[in-house]
Design a protein around this ligand. Structure first.
Ligand code: ADE
Length: 227
């Protein structure tokens, strides 16, 4: 099977590439890494940060490289008290917290023709849980909110958490979800916590991004073993 593993930043896929003998293909201002892993063919890429970049890369992984399933791996800011730096969750569903046509009476996150929330694939989430058990990881789950904004503000953090009942915030998952939903490709989103999205989150992010990204990437690779 052709499986895409997508991150947003180099740090989020480097732990994967370190374990694989991958061939690099440059296309559309992206780097795609192709590698065999057991019976599977992997397509690995980092999209660059944000919803537009991740939309492009996810679409190419599916439409140009033929990915049949997609695993997103990376880091996120925690919105809930119980989620600490270094912990990991999978998204049950994803929403764009910065999509706003409330001026027309619509709820936050909604535009006509698209659902507010996009659900992740139950089967992949089940495999993520099995993989986490094998690695001895305490895998949590929750709604993930995405937007083109690094959240490092207590008021914004509280608003996103309350408006969408979201557990974590990042900048790519919901756009990748829209792509996979539209193209009928099962997908899941793994995110290890790098910061708590409040004041000074940028300092925690810089300190923990590499370590947390590695936790998520290891889980993604373990999932591929089980697929
Ligand atoms: N990714 C990791 N931490 C984040 C934050 N606080 N806001 C947005 N994206 C993130």
């Amino acid at each position: 099977m052709k499986i895409a593993i997508l991150g947003a930043m180099p740090e989020e896929i480097e732990p994967l590439l370190a374990n694989l003998d991958a061939k690099k293909i440059d296309y559309a201002n992206n780097e795609f890494y192709l590698a065999k892993f057991g019976a599977h063919e992997l397509i690995i890429a980092y999209s660059k940060i944000g919803k537009v970049n991740s939309t492009l890369t996810a679409t190419l992984m599916i439409e140009k490289f033929g990915a049949e399933k997609l695993i997103f791996t990376g880091v996120a800011g925690a919105l809930k008290e119980g989620l600490k730096i270094g912990e990991i969750l999978y998204a049950t569903r994803l929403v764009q917290h910065d999509l706003d046509i409330t001026a027309f009476g619509h709820p936050h996150g909604f535009v006509p023709g698209s659902p507010i929330f996009v659900d992740t694939d139950a089967n992949l989430n089940e495999i993520a849980q099995r993989a986490a058990r094998e690695l001895g990881l305490n895998l949590k789950s929750g709604i993930i909110a995405s937007g083109d904004q690094f959240v490092c503000d207590e008021a914004r953090k509280a608003w996103i958490g309350a408006e969408f009942d979201a557990s974590a915030v990042e900048m790519e998952g919901a756009s990748v979800a829209q792509v996979c939903h539209a193209l009928n490709v099962p997908f899941c989103v793994l995110r290890a916590i790098s910061d708590e999205a409040g004041n000074k989150a940028e300092f925690d992010f810089d300190e923990f991004v590499v370590k947390s990204a590695k936790i998520s990437a290891n889980l993604a690779l373990k999932m591929v073993e089980l697929l």
